[in-house]
Design a protein around this ligand. Structure first.
Ligand SMILES: Cc1ncc(COP(=O)(O)O)c(C=O)c1O
Length: 458
C-alpha cells in the first residue's frame, strides 16, 4: 500500500449532526494522536496507516469514537460486519455459549460445531458436502492450496502446480503470500515457489475489447510453452472471486471457459470468497454470479460477524484427502466462534440480507454511475456487484500524485462523518453493512461526491 500520512493533528472541520452521523469535535478528535503514538511504540508498524479514528464502539452501520463522533461505515470493518457491527443476535448466541462454558475444545467433538457445520454446508449450496474450520482467512487459503495439491497428487505424481491470477490477494502466510504474487510483499520469502504459477488478470483495459476466452487460452498456452502441462502438472486454480483492490469481477465467459478447461484436465477450481462471501455481492457467495460450479471455496471475514472464524468448503472426496490429524488446528471450530457463525447465518436468513444486498446494490451502483458521468475526467470506472463497489480514478502521468489525491478524498470523507476503504491505490472501495438503511447509503454517496469536488477544486 502506498503510504499516505493522514494528519494526526486535530483540524477544524464543519460540525455535522444528522440521523446517521455526528461530528462534534475537531478531526482527528483530541486524544487520537496520543493513542496512535502508544500503538507506534508498542505495535509493529505493519499494522498502521489506517484512518486516525479511535474506534470506541460500533453498532450496525455506525462507528463511534471515544468522544462520541459518529461515522457512517462504508467498510464493514473490511467486509466483516456484513450483518452490522455489534449485532445483538450474534452477541446473544455468543453469551449463551459462554454461559455453558467450553471456551475451546480442540478437535474434541461438540454439538455446536456439528450444528454449525451442518448449517454452513446448507448455506453454501448443494454442491458442497464438508468444511474445515479455521480462524484466519490466510489459513483457509493455505488449507485450500494443500487440498488442491493433494488432489492433484492423487491423480498423478507430478500434478502439483496451482495457477493463480496476478494482482490477486490471498493472505500473508507463506503459500497465501506466494499465491498473491505481490513482488514487494513476497520478497521476504526469498524463494521461487515452483508449484505456483500466475496468469494475467483480464482487466477490461488489458482486454481492450479482445475476447476474454482467447485471452485465457493464450495465458494457458504460455504455460504450456514453459513446459507446464494442464493435464499433467496443474492440480488447481485459485481465484479471488473479484480482484480485491478494485472489486473487479472476471468476464463471465472467461470463468465459464476456465471451468470447462478445469473439467477436461481434472483441475480443481477454488474461489477465495473472503470478501465476496456471506451476501456481500447479492448472492450467498460471489462466484455464483459466474453461473459455474466451484470445487472449493475459502471464506472468513463476514462469516463470524467480527469473531475470528474462517473455513474451506468442498466435496467430501477432496475434503477427506488428509488423513485423520493431518489437517487440524487447535482453534478449528472453536465453540464460541461457531456460536457466532450460527448467529450470522440466522441474521442473514431472517433479515433476508442476500436479497437486501442485491436491492441496495442497485441503488449504490446507479448512484455511482451518475457520479462517473458527473466526473468523466476523474473517474475511469465503477466496479463491483451488490454492496461491494469501487470507484477507479484515472491515473495521470503523476501516479503517486493520483494516489495521494484519492487518499485525500478518503480523509475528507472522514472529516465529514463517513469511513470508506483506503486502498492506497487509485481506487476508493465501498462495502457498507448489508443492514444499512437506504437513506444512510444515499447520504454516504453524497459525502463522497462532495469530498471529490472539494479535493479536486482546491
Ligand atoms: C481475498 C482475501 N483472501 C484472503 C485474505 C486473508 O484473510 P485474513 O486477513 O483473515 O488472514 C484476505 C484479507 O484481506 C482477502 O481479502
Amino acid at each position: 500500500m502506498a503510504s499516505y500520512n493522514f494528519s494526526r493533528e486535530p483540524q477544524e472541520v464543519k460540525m455535522i449532526s444528522t440521523k446517521n452521523r455526528e461530528i462534534k469535535t475537531k478531526i482527528p478528535a483530541p486524544g487520537t494522536k496520543e493513542i496512535l503514538e502508544k500503538l507506534d511504540k508498542f505495535e509493529s508498524r505493519s499494522m498502521h496507516g489506517q484512518l486516525p479514528i479511535i474506534w470506541d464502539k460500533a453498532f450496525d452501520y455506525n462507528v463511534f469514537d471515544h468522544l462520541g463522533n459518529k461515522w457512517i461505515d462504508f467498510t464493514s470493518m473490511i467486509f466483516v460486519a456484513n450483518i452490522g457491527h455489534g449485532n445483538n443476535h450474534v452477541i446473544s448466541r455468543v453469551k449463551d455459549a459462554l454461559n455453558n462454558p467450553i471456551l475451546g475444545c480442540y478437535a474434541y467433538p461438540n454439538d455446536i460445531r456439528a450444528n454449525y457445520l451442518e448449517r454452513l454446508i446448507k448455506f453454501a449450496g448443494p454442491n458442497f458436502e464438508k468444511a474445515f474450520l479455521l480462524s484466519a482467512g490466510t489459513e483457509a487459503t493455505e488449507a485450500a492450496f494443500k487440498l488442491m495439491k493433494m488432489n492433484g497428487q492423487r491423480i498423478g505424481k507430478k500434478k502439483n502446480v496451482v495457477i493463480a491470477a496476478s494482482g490477486s490477494w490471498h493472505g500473508r502466510t507463506l503459500a497465501a503470500q506466494m499465491l498473491s504474487d505481490n513482488k514487494t510483499q513476497k520478497a521476504w520469502t526469498n524463494h521461487e515457489q515452483k508449484d505456483i504459477v500466475h496468469i494475467p488478470f483480464p482487466y477490461p483495459w488489458v482486454l481492450k475489447g479482445k475476447n476474454s476466452k482467447d485471452f485465457l487460452r493464450e495465458s494457458l498456452q504460455s504455460l504450456e510453452v514453459k513446459g507446464i502441462s494442464l493435464l499433467d502438472d496443474i492440480s488447481g486454480v485459485m481465484l479471488e472471486t473479484f480482484q480485491g483492490w478494485g472489486a473487479i469481477f472476471y468476464p463471465h465467459d472467461y470463468i465459464k471457459e476456465l471451468r470447462s478447461i478445469c473439467d477436461k484436465n481434472e483441475i480443481l477450481m477454488c474461489f477465495d470468497e473472503m470478501q465476496s462471501g456471506f451476501g456481500r455481492t447479492g448472492k450467498n457467495f460471489g462466484y455464483e454470479h459466474y453461473g459455474v460450479r466451484a470445487d472449493l471455496i475459502c471464506c472468513g471475514k463476514g462469516m463470524g460477524g467480527g469473531f475470528p472464524i474462517s473455513g474451506v468448503i468442498g466435496k467430501a472426496e477432496v475434503m477427506d484427502l488428509p488423513e485423520i490429524g493431518n489437517m487440524s488446528s487447535t482453534h478449528s471450530g472453536n465453540p464460541v466462534m461457531c456460536a457466532a457463525g450460527l448467529g450470522v447465518l440466522d441474521e442473514i436468513e431472517n433479515k433476508n440480507l442476500v436479497k437486501e444486498s442485491e436491492r441496495k446494490g442497485q441503488i449504490l451502483h446507479c448512484k455511482l454511475k451518475e457520479m462517473e458521468a458527473q466526473f468523466p475526467r476523474l473517474i475511469s470506472g465503477i466496479y463491483g456487484e451488490g454492496l461491494i463497489a469501487s470507484i477507479l480514478f484515472h491515473i495521470d502521468e503523476d501516479r503517486i500524485g493520483t494516489v495521494q489525491k484519492v487518499s485525500m478524498v478518503t480523509e475528507k470523507c472522514m472529516q465529514k462523518g463517513l469511513i470508506v476503504v483506503h486502498t492506497g491505490r487509485e481506487s476508493i472501495k465501498i462495502g457498507p453493512p448489508l443492514t444499512i438503511p437506504d437513506n444512510a447509503l444515499i447520504e454516504g454517496i453524497e459525502i463522497i461526491n462532495e469530498s471529490i469536488q472539494e479535493v479536486y477544486n482546491d
